[in-house]
Ligand binder design. Structure first.
Ligand code: SAH
Length: 525
């Protein structure tokens, strides 16, 4: 990039047309991710996975451009073009995020032409187009030496105002080995008829793939002669792709995505701070659709008086204790807010409850003096007692409400403990109703519990009025518990435990879940 500071206004906007990939958020390019991370405005489509918006800075403006060609809150193409131009003219870094590849049936060029007319700088980042993703994720190689050496990408939805078709179906029918049709579900009967009429065998295999590369993917297979009926029977709706050609036969050998053991299973994970992401990743790896519910939402304290006062006289303390990652983050936030840095802690010994907390402290350039053998509050208290804490002043920044065991044990041993609340847990503005609805309609296959507190948190989240409602909510859902204590907590609420591994680790729990579904009869559909 060249800079020419003298001739440029303060800030020049630019529009990045970015391909979001077909659905799986893992299929965006590194360049696309980088641009999202630096965006000031993001204009996105319904085909771009909303999970990708997680990369966007918190203060960026997100604009949903809606479903192309209709929908209640949709922008017209002119409206979208104007949005891009206006924001870029305000000097903003604008990402226009489009499903698949922006230049494959994405009207990307129309948006660019408008930018060129208005003299706005732009860049285009390609994406994995849904045609190749749908084929790959349905176990179909779109080319194969023995079957075909050519592929055609075709739209099934030509501009309806056009008088003559741009597609030479007569040449295409036998001219391309594999034909992939975008936006063709509504016109499938006329597409198959045109291909057969122009000489393609009615026995040619055809696959139709909906929501490719997502946990909702569905594929059906037929022939040019039968596929319309198959699609109708299976009630396949857009967005879907039609793949025509001999290569479709290979699906019977190569199908991998839909064969993963937990594919098509919808699983609820109630988050605890430490373990949920590992569990979520492992379940997703096995093909599950995971709904993560957080019952813990952390906020800094409005009143930081106690910790601020303690920091002001930090030299009078012998020990500083951290019993959670959040305590570390929020303590240092105050330290920095008061104009200090980590050197202020030079003379004070630091103890942490466990390895994760030690790592967090390490991020501030500080190495803890004490890490207990047992990673619990009690373990920490015992380790401290061994050092002889009588008469010591101990600072404990922590959550507003937390177990009193650690400070009590220390006080009993003659230490002087200052409890300084630095954050608090508040109920998240959660989608409780949505979870209840899904449970009631039976669309959640499994709920997992990795500790007794996840059970209590989950029950608080669904907020059943009495046992009858609790059973109505959960009777159609399988329940997995990580170990005996968690299972006992579940049973005390009158619920049955269906899956419980022998050893209580996340790995074993995931294996037990996989084994459970392997033993069930294959799913219908
Ligand atoms: N630019 C996009 C295509 C936009 S046209 C791309 O490169 O993929 C919209 C059509 O794309 C849909 O009607 C459907 O046919 C197809 N499509 C997009 N995402 C899809 C997906 N995840 N699964 C199946 N079809 C998809």
């Amino acid at each position: 990039m060249t800079t020419n500071a003298s001739s440029l206004p303060a800030k020049i906007g630019k529009v990045y047309l970015v391909g979001a990939g077909p659905g799986d958020p893992g299929l965006i390019t590194l360049r696309g991710k980088y641009l999202l991370e630096h965006a000031e405005v993001v204009v996105y489509d319904y085909l771009a996975n909303p999970k990708l918006l997680g990369y966007v800075p918190k203060d960026a403006q997100l604009i949903y451009a809606g479903k192309k060609g209709g929908g209640l809150h949709a922008f017209t193409q002119e409206g979208i073009n104007r949005l891009l131009v206006d924001h870029a003219k305000q000097g903003k870094m604008v990402v226009r995020l489009k499903g698949g590849d922006p230049f494959i049936f994405g009207r990307g060029a129309e948006e660019i032409e408008e930018l060129v007319t208005e003299g706005i700088d732009f860049e285009v980042v390609p994406g994995v187009t849904s045609a190749t993703a749908a084929a790959t994720y349905a176990g179909i190689p779109i080319t194969h030496r023995e079957y075909t050496a050519s592929v055609a990408f075709v739209t099934g939805h030509e501009d309806p105002t056009k008088k003559f078709s741009n597609i030479s179906w007569d040449k295409l029918a036998t001219g391309a080995g594999t034909i992939v049709v975008y936006m063709g579900i509504k016109t499938l009967p006329s597409i198959t008829r045109k291909l057969i009429d122009h000489g393609r065998s009615p026995d040619t295999p055809v696959a139709v793939v909906r929501w490719a590369s997502t946990p909702q993917q569905r594929s059906v297979v037929g022939t040019l002669a039968t596929i319309c009926e198959v699609v109708q029977q299976a009630d396949i709706k857009p967005p879907a792709l039609i793949i025509v050609g001999e290569v479709v036969k290979l699906r019977s050998t190569i199908d991998w995505f839909e064969k993963r053991p937990l594919f098509g299973r919808r699983i609820v994970v109630t988050r605890t701070r430490e373990q949920a992401s590992d569990l979520v990743a492992q379940l997703e790896e096995q093909g599950a659709e995971v709904l993560e519910y957080s019952t813990i939402h952390i906020e800094p304290m409005d009143d930081c008086g106690i910790v601020d006062a303690a920091i002001a006289e930090i030299g009078s303390y012998q020990w500083l204790l951290f019993t959670s990652i959040n305590a570390v983050t929020h303590f240092f936030r105050r330290l920095f807010a008061l104009g200090h840095d980590s050197r202020l802690l030079a003379g004070i010994k630091i103890a942490v409850v466990g390895r994760a907390t030690a790592d967090e402290v390490g991020k501030y350039g500080v190495k803890p003096d004490l890490l207990p053998e047992k990673f619990t509050g009690e373990g920490l208290a015992e380790a401290l007692l061994q050092t002889g804490v009588q008469g010591s002043r101990i600072l404990l920044p922590r959550a507003l409400r937390a177990s009193e065991l650690l400070p009590e044990m220390l006080t009993d041993a003659g230490a002087q403990v200052t409890i300084a609340p630095v954050y608090r847990n508040v109920p998240p503005p959660g989608p409780k109703e949505e979870l209840r609805d899904q449970l009631l309609e039976g669309s959640i296959d499994l709920v997992t519990f990795t500790s007794s507190s996840t059970v209590t948190n989950f029950l608080a989240l669904i907020d059943a009025a009495g046992d009858d409602e609790l059973h109505r909510l959960l009777d159609r859902t399988t329940i997995a518990a990580i170990g005996p204590i968690t299972a006992e907590t579940i049973r005390t609420h009158g619920l049955a435990v269906d899956i419980q591994p022998e050893r209580y680790t996340i790995d074993d729990m995931v294996q037990a879940i996989v084994a459970h579904y392997r033993n069930l009869a294959p799913q219908a559909g």
